[in-house]
Write a protein that binds this ligand. Structure first.
Ligand SMILES: [Zn+2]
Length: 381
């Protein structure tokens, strides 16, 4: 912990590494844990940033002694950064919800620097606690670096809990590494497959970071519809192989409807802005949408389509992602984006289907050439 109580009952902040005088001073003091009132000592060694630790390993609800060097350093770094711009408290206790965020900015923004994996239930519970009481949670990821696979990034279900959404950056994710003292800001996150994302990445050293952070919204994305189609093919091939084609409920459904998964209309499986809401690939939910509504009537409303898709979700045919920090995105909104895109591209309801994968690839090439810019414009932020 970075805060302790002195003999007078005042809250004392641990000195930063460079405050040599204060470190000396603090070493002679007597301190208590502000949560459990047990004695703590001030430690200033070489591995962890100066901090307070319980004298004995008694059970303390608020401050577990397992706090890593990384977590302590991150909190200390954030304090140095944020206190240049705002009123900021370290480890402030919020009695109304019995929560202790790592930092509290202007009594409103609760910063959580999460270095270890926690259960999604706990993440959601803490988030809801803040939101219900008028606090704005800001979760910053501090775990192992996001893995890169080719041009794409792997965001696990745990990482996805941190996703936020804004109209200028789309889905975004903020990470900080205390070792390098750098933030990594991933924005315009586009799911290519459930855990593989296309992203724009900006690295900002702590000493250059302002508050509020000034990320550049003009940062361009190298996303293209033709590469999307290639990835879609790879996904289909892999799924057909691993999910064993006909034994998989989705592929069986496609075959039973008289289609081949590789020869569906090119506009089934298009990327749209809110698609990260679905864990299922766009080809899945768009096929169901086409089968259940769009192929039947020209006048499907967004409401009707949303109802049909919700039925599929309840039945277990489609899976959705949970984003505790994003409340503005809905299945209905996602469908609207898709229907609007089809309208703008002037796509007819009854397409001529390809007979061979060669023909399909040619169609996709033509589609990407004609509508690539439109799709990208509607997808980007
Ligand atoms: Zn304690």
């Amino acid at each position: 912990m970075l805060i302790a109580m002195n003999e007078k009952g005042e809250l004392i902040r641990a000195a930063a590494q460079e405050e040599a005088e204060r470190i000396k001073e603090l070493k002679n003091g007597v301190y208590l844990c502000p949560a459990c009132q047990n004695p703590v000592i001030f430690k200033a060694g070489t591995i962890k940033v100066p901090h307070f630790a319980h004298k004995q390993s008694e059970i303390c609800q608020s401050f577990s002694e397992g706090e890593s060097a990384k977590h302590l350093k991150g909190k200390s770094d954030f304090y140095g950064w944020l206190s240049l711009y705002k009123e900021v408290q370290l480890e402030a206790f919020l009695p109304e919800i019995s929560q202790r965020p790592d930092l509290l900015i202007d009594m409103r923004i609760a910063v959580e620097f999460q270095c270890s994996s926690i259960a999604s239930d706990l993440f959601i519970q803490r988030t809801n606690g803040y939101v219900a009481n008028g606090y704005i949670p800001l979760w910053i990821y501090g775990g192992p670096p996001i893995k890169k696979r080719g041009e794409l990034y792997t965001f696990t279900p745990f990482h996805r809990l941190f996703f936020q959404y804004s109209s200028s950056f789309g889905y975004w994710f903020l990470a900080y590494s205390p070792d390098t003292e750098k933030f990594s800001f991933y924005s315009k996150l586009i799911p290519i497959q459930s855990s593989l994302y296309h992203a724009s990445v900006q690295e900002i050293p702590l000493h250059k970071m302002t508050y509020p952070p000034a990320f550049s919204p003009s940062f361009t994305s190298s996303f293209s519809l033709s590469s999307w189609f290639q990835q879609k093919h790879r996904w289909l091939q892999r799924q057909l192989y691993f999910r064993k084609g006909i034994s998989d409920p989705f592929f069986r459904f496609v075959y039973e409807a008289g289609h081949h998964p590789l020869l569906l209309p090119v506009w089934i499986g298009l990327p749209v802005r809110s698609m990260a809401l679905m864990k299922s690939h766009p080809i899945e939910w768009q096929f169901y949408l086409w089968h259940d509504c769009l192929s039947r009537t020209r006048k499907t409303t967004v409401k009707q389509a949303a109802k049909a898709l919700t039925r599929r979700i309840l039945k277990g045919d489609l899976q959705i992602n949970v984003f505790p920090l994003i409340s503005s995105l809905t299945v209905e909104g996602m469908i609207e984006e898709y229907i609007e895109l089809l309208k703008e591209a002037g796509i007819a309801e009854q397409p001529l289907l390809s007979r061979t994968t060669f023909e399909q690839t040619e169609k996709e090439k033509a589609f990407a050439a004609e509508f690539g810019e439109l799709v990208k414009r509607r997808l980007m932020f």
